[in-house]
Design a protein around this ligand. Structure first.
Ligand SMILES: [Zn+2]
Length: 303
């Protein structure tokens, strides 16, 4: 009897465990950052890829499979960006909560207007994305759209905290839309800026800011350029003296060096996701940094 009493007192002294945070498995750091913005202390977020990795190609490591197995929500770009590794993770993770059709499965590209959906696809086109260009995170208006979908999913998956998710979403949207207006004003002078990209990672950014893509240094997605192809590119860009070369943090290529050496075009490395540069610490500072780098390149071109 006495023993039971002691047990009762003891159990009253132990605080009830806090409700476990929603486990979110993001494929890229940008979606992880968005999930953190909207989920706050109610979510536990990990990203499969780091900013210095090319999200087209990573290994489906056992540590990633373990995280997939425990996840309550999967948020990825989709549209084939992760085609080389995500299906393997999902198969080996064997987690019914995050399969296609469940509230725990969110492919960002299914909720924005896709660009460059090819009419037909065959292997000769290189590592081409059949569902359109997947690099949707480079237009902040796409981030805003995905934020709305993600907030709704958080409310469904963790309904006890739905009011807090709604509040966080409204707060984020207000700040994000204000920032978009600010970036558009700052970036107004970039309109028409001719750019040569390495990989075609920037079509959404280009359309948003009105940059003019002349060509890419990759002849086809995922295919490194031959010297003959580069000579062609050089020819095609001759009429643009104020050309700027753009590449992402994980694309260090001899072709970029060669091309900028031949043309004296400034080379600008843009962070393709949060963490891509030291300055790109969160979603806001990431876009700030993109704008700053483009404007600097433009300025150095006009010198
Ligand atoms: Zn790509």
């Amino acid at each position: 009897m006495k023993y039971r009493y002691v047990l009762l007192v003891f159990s009253l002294l132990i605080p009830l465990p806090l409700q476990a945070a929603l486990k979110i498995f993001a494929c890229e750091p940008d979606w992880a950052a968005l999930a953190q913005e909207l989920g706050g202390e109610h979510v536990d977020v990990t990203s499969a890829t780091q900013a210095m990795q090319d999200p087209h190609y990573i290994q489906a490591r056992p540590s990633l499979i373990a995280r997939v197995r425990k996840a309550d929500l999967l948020i990825c770009t989709g549209a084939g960006l992760e085609a080389g590794w995500l299906p393997v993770l999902l198969r080996k993770g064997n987690n019914p909560r995050i399969l296609d059709g469940q509230a725990g499965y969110l492919m960002a590209s299914e909720h924005v207007m896709m660009k460059e959906i090819p009419v037909s696809v065959d292997r000769s086109m290189g590592d081409v994305h059949a569902e359109g260009n997947p690099h949707i995170q480079t237009d902040p208006r796409n981030i805003a759209r995905v934020a709305g979908v993600l907030a709704d999913r958080l409310k469904v998956l963790d309904s006890a905290n739905r009011e807090q998710y709604q509040r966080r979403y409204e707060d984020f949207s207000l700040r994000w839309n204000t920032a978009i207006n600010d970036w558009q004003q700052k970036g107004a002078s970039l309109k028409g800026m001719p750019v040569v990209v390495y990989h075609r990672s920037w079509v959404y950014l280009q359309d948003w800011l009105g940059l003019k893509e002349i060509t890419s240094l990759e002849p086809k997605p995922g295919v490194p350029p031959s010297s003959r192809y580069l000579a062609e590119v050089l020819n095609r860009t001759q009429e643009y003296p104020d050309l700027v070369v753009i590449h992402s943090q994980y694309q260090e290529s001899k072709a970029i060096q060669w091309f900028s050496g031949k043309t004296a075009a400034p080379v600008v490395m843009l962070p393709s996701t949060v963490g891509g540069t030291a300055e790109a610490k969160d979603l806001f500072s990431w876009y700030e940094d993109i704008l700053k780098r483009l404007l600097n390149a433009q300025r150095s071109d006009n010198d």
